[in-house]
Design a protein around this ligand. Structure first.
Ligand code: M6R
Length: 593
């Protein structure tokens, strides 16, 4: 999850690179660096641990300039965060590279390079790329051939930008399973890992496809496909709406995005509902035929998107009456599968570029699935391009690394999908109309739920100095307990575990003690009695319970230390509504820490 920006121009590009790095800051990183080719064809490099402001300080002390350059924000995977491990990496004072991704065969390559006495100076897998290109140049290959040959040596996921000291005004970029976008300027061109970064520079972009190599000059960009054929990739015009990616009045993007949820969900529903139906064609022209034939569903995703899939299983089985399996992409992709006839294969992803999800989709294509459907937030992504059917979540750009609005928009899309499938499987028309009404009221309920902000902020002191926490729920809210635990781990670094409340007595109860916050989700549904008896079990062991409970649920107040009353919501929509306090809780605990 590193960030890349590169530029070739007829002017000094250092400020462009530094500004680009600042726009990449939202990804979270531990070091940053940049390299330019100076007017006398030398490399000048600056690297610093920590935030871009430290790199900026370094630059202010030791200004450098050059018309061709690459820059990088690093999130350490191979080798600790340090200046030495920061990108760009340089080999033989000839080649400089920045890389986003993971080189899986790095050990074999390192051994080979060491046997050639290459001067490897970092612990990273990325530096090896620079040495491989340098070796190819030394073997007599030209710059382009040297990069092309690289793709035969490295395995894994990569987006790489490379410059050659003797060829200023030129940059070569290559990608496989990691996103890379080319920006087309006026007499200058750019490369970046994220289109948002390019927005102040240009709106005209080319999204590279897997295996593409782009030869980038100030006045032209030539793209070659995986087979080495020159290809014309479509030029996309970035929407102005992307420019809104600023924090505005909010302290952090995460909080802003939490607050955007009523609007984002409304946009996701917009144009997809009539007063009585979900408009099936919204999934693609072939959707009516495919949904009619669908007998089973297989959902594959990672992280938060996987949790959306777990909720969808409840909806698809209950609303559409068809069986549904859900699996983590990094598991699914590596196993042999048995596929029932007429199974619809679904991927869920905010980015549409998650390597495991993409690999799972590609692996699924080798089996006899009926069709593939992507629920995705990025219209120009590999997942969207490679799927038969698509439903775009209209969450808008999600800058916060913690998924928030993309999750609730995924859920809104998945309940629409369940209703759409249901309409082909004998879903009662009255029930269908009621579900549509419920869905239409969702943005308003989300707005009410956001009013809990202050109450949630007020309870987080319970997490001060805590190392562990437990999230409990039953049924359709269990995936939301998992999502709450993931959010808390991800941004507050507190260990959090989710457990179906009915499973407590089979071991996890042993962990309950007054020192550990236990978050319990209690919607008004037919499992409420069961969860109350779980609360009894916890109270007996002096558990420190924080309850998020529907206003209608009668509670024994002695069983909880804190109680947050949730707005009244129909059971089937509860997962979407209860996600919001989980996000706010994680956000405020992280602030506290
Ligand atoms: O872009 P994707 O939805 O495919 O990403 C999958 C996960 O990496 C992602 O959902 C991750 O778990 C969240 N950002 C966590 O908040």
């Amino acid at each position: 999850m590193c960030g890349i920006i590169g530029a070739v121009a007829s002017r000094d590009v250092t400020s462009t690179l530094l500004e680009g790095l600042k726009r990449l800051e939202y990804r979270g990183y531990d070091s940053a660096g940049l390299t330019v080719i100076t007017s006398d064809n030398q490399f000048e490099r600056l690297r610093a641990s920590g935030k871009v402001k430290y790199l900026q300080k370094l630059f202010d002390k030791h200004p450098i300039s050059g018309n061709t350059g690459i820059a990088h924000t690093r999130w350490a995977t191979h080798g600790k965060p340090s200046e030495q491990n920061a990108h760009p990496h340089i080999a033989g004072n000839e080649v400089a590279i920045v890389h986003n991704g993971i080189i899986e065969n790095h050990q074999i390559i390192r051994a080979k390079l060491l046997s050639y006495r290459c001067d490897i100076t970092s612990e990273t897998d990325s530096e090896l790329i620079a040495h491989l290109v340098y070796l190819e140049l030394n073997a007599g290959n030209n710059f382009f051939a040297a990069v092309k040959n690289l793709s035969h040596e490295i395995e894994g996921a990569y987006a790489i930008a490379i410059i050659h000291r003797s060829e200023p005004g030129r940059m070569i970029a290559i990608r496989k399973s990691s996103p890379l976008v080319i920006g087309l300027g006026t007499n200058e061109n750019y490369v970046a890992s994220d289109a948002l970064v390019l927005l102040p520079l240009t709106k005209r972009v080319i999204y590279l496809e897997d295996g593409d190599i782009a030869d980038i000059y100030t006045d032209k960009v030539i793209v070659y496909d995986v087979n080495g054929n020159q290809v014309q990739r479509e030029i996309h015009i970035l929407k102005d709406s992307l420019a809104g990616a600023e924090k505005e009045k909010y302290a952090h993007f995460m909080l802003k995005e939490i607050y955007e949820q009523p609007d984002a969900v409304a946009k996701t529903l917009e144009g997809r509902l009539s007063s009585r139906h979900v408009l099936t064609e919204a999934f693609g022209i072939k959707a009516p035929e495919i949904f009619n034939q669908t007998k089973h569903v297989m959902i594959v995703a990672c992280g938060t998107s996987y949790h959306a899939g777990l909720v969808a299983k409840f909806w698809i089985e209950e609303i559409a009456g068809i069986s549904c399996q859900v699996e983590i992409a990094s598991e699914y992709r590596y196993r042999q599968k048995i596929v029932e006839p007429d199974t619809l294969f679904i991927t869920i992803s905010q980015s549409g570029e998650t390597a495991d999800t993409l690999a799972a989709l590609r692996s699924a294509k080798k089996y006899n699935y009926l069709a593939t459907l992507a629920i995705c937030n990025m219209p120009v992504s590999s997942l969207v391009r490679e799927s038969d059917l698509v439903l775009m979540t209209d969450a808008g750009p999600e800058i916060g690394v913690a998924s928030t609005k993309s999750f609730t928009c995924q859920l809104a899309s998945l309940i629409m999908l369940s209703i759409a499938l249901g309409s082909y499987k004998g879903l009662d028309p009255g029930t269908e109309t009621n579900l549509i009404k419920l869905l239409s009221s969702l943005p308003r309920v989300l707005e009410q739920t956001l009013k809990l902000d202050l109450s949630i902020k007020n309870i987080v002191s319970d997490f001060q100095n805590k190392q562990d926490s437990l999230f409990l729920a039953r049924g359709i809210l269990y995936p939301i307990a998992k999502e709450g635990a993931l959010k808390l781990k991800e941004i507050s670094y507190i260990h959090a575990e989710a457990c179906p409340a009915g499973e407590l007595k089979h071991g996890t109860l042993a962990l309950v003690n007054p020192a550990m916050p236990i978050i319990v989700l209690v919607p008004e549904d037919d499992l409420v009695k069961k969860i109350k008896s779980n609360l009894e079990e916890i109270a007996t062991r002096g558990g420190n319970v924080i309850l998020f409970a529907d206003k209608r649920v009668e509670l024994d107040y002695s069983q909880a230390r804190q109680i947050i009353r949730m707005p009244v919501v129909e059971r089937l929509l509860a997962p979407i509504v209860y996600s919001i306090p989980m996000q706010l809780l994680a956000y405020y605990v992280a602030l506290l820490k």
